[in-house]
Design a protein around this ligand. Structure first.
Ligand SMILES: [Zn+2]
Length: 300
């Protein structure tokens, strides 16, 4: 009888503790500041630095084309709960200026602290290429910028952001080292990356590849006969083994290059958006890994 009473009493105590813990953590959760990122890749990088100190959300969803996105009324409701808005800049989010003008948030634009590579073609000539995160070397700079920005917003957690950032950068550095090694061992004539969007300039520049593409920026996302002819002749002349397209656009134009040249289709690379929850590129690290693995396989 005594034993039974003791058991009931202990159970009661445990329940009480769990309930109060739950309540405390819920309260703590709802008090956290919300950071809104413009796209999923950036949100994931921020989450790896912020860990439990902020709630991080992305305006655009996984798998979505980001350049020409049209924010919805529910995005504005989501945004009204945020205190910080972080975007890439370099003209990536064509919608960001108007969107943020309706909000009372602190804005951090990554490109304010990045060195640009400029687009050399047509209408976009002289405009910065926005896709800097595609290169692991620049991805590590994104982490540094986010560590600094979060530390300015929450100085009491600066040490923790720095540690989180360092652990995360070590993982990116491993991919950087691995890809550099691969390129160094690749015959110089084979160092071509042919894609749909010209989104790989930072990667090709940082690792010594030559770049060719069907259109400069996804906001355009169309192929002119001149560009098609130029790409086909390059792939034929240089005997390029594989060509690629990106996960957020239709690859049918690149399939024409494949059928005209006999090159392989190397696969869908991830650029502007992560894959959905259970996809193979649902984090920035996995996305880099996936891209670099496909490129290695395609060019070997
Ligand atoms: Zn893009």
């Amino acid at each position: 009888m005594k034993k039974n009473f003791l058991f009931l009493f202990l159970s009661f105590l445990i329940c009480l503790t769990i309930t109060s813990c739950k309540r405390t953590s819920y309260k703590k959760e709802s008090n956290k500041e919300v950071i809104l990122a413009s796209f999923t890749v950036l949100a994931d990088i921020i989450e790896n630095v912020a860990k439990d100190d902020f709630i991080v959300r992305s305006i655009t969803k996984p798998g979505i084309e980001v350049h020409g996105y049209q924010p919805t009324p529910s995005d504005l409701i989501k945004a009204s709960k945020a205190s910080v808005f972080i975007d890439n800049g370099f003209g990536f989010e064509l919608w960001a200026e108007k969107f943020v003008s309706n909000l009372k948030v602190k804005r951090v634009t990554i490109s304010d602290r990045l060195d640009p590579i400029f687009i050399s073609e047509d209408f976009y000539k002289g405009k910065p290429n926005p896709h800097a995160w595609i290169s692991p070397k620049r991805g590590m700079i994104y982490v540094d910028i986010i560590v600094d920005s979060l530390s300015e917003i929450k100085p009491s957690k600066a040490e923790s952001f720095k540690n989180n950032g360092q652990i995360y950068k070590n993982k990116i550095a491993q991919l950087d080292k691995d890809f550099s090694l691969f390129i160094n061992n690749l015959e110089k004539n084979n160092r071509y990356l042919v894609t749909c969007e010209g989104a790989f300039s930072y990667l090709t520049n940082d690792y010594g590849l030559k770049e060719a593409y069907l259109w400069p920026v996804n906001a355009e996302s169309q192929i002119t006969p001149k560009r098609m002819a130029r790409t086909i002749s390059l792939v034929k002349n240089k005997n390029i083994p594989s060509v690629f397209c990106e996960s957020t656009v239709n690859n049918e134009s690149q399939m024409i290059v494949v059928s005209e040249t006999g090159a392989n289709y190397g696969g869908d690379l991830f650029v502007d958006s992560l894959s959905k929850d259970n996809g193979s590129a649902n984090t920035y690290l996995k996305m880099l890994q996936k891209n670099l693995t496909l490129i290695k396989k395609g060019l070997n």
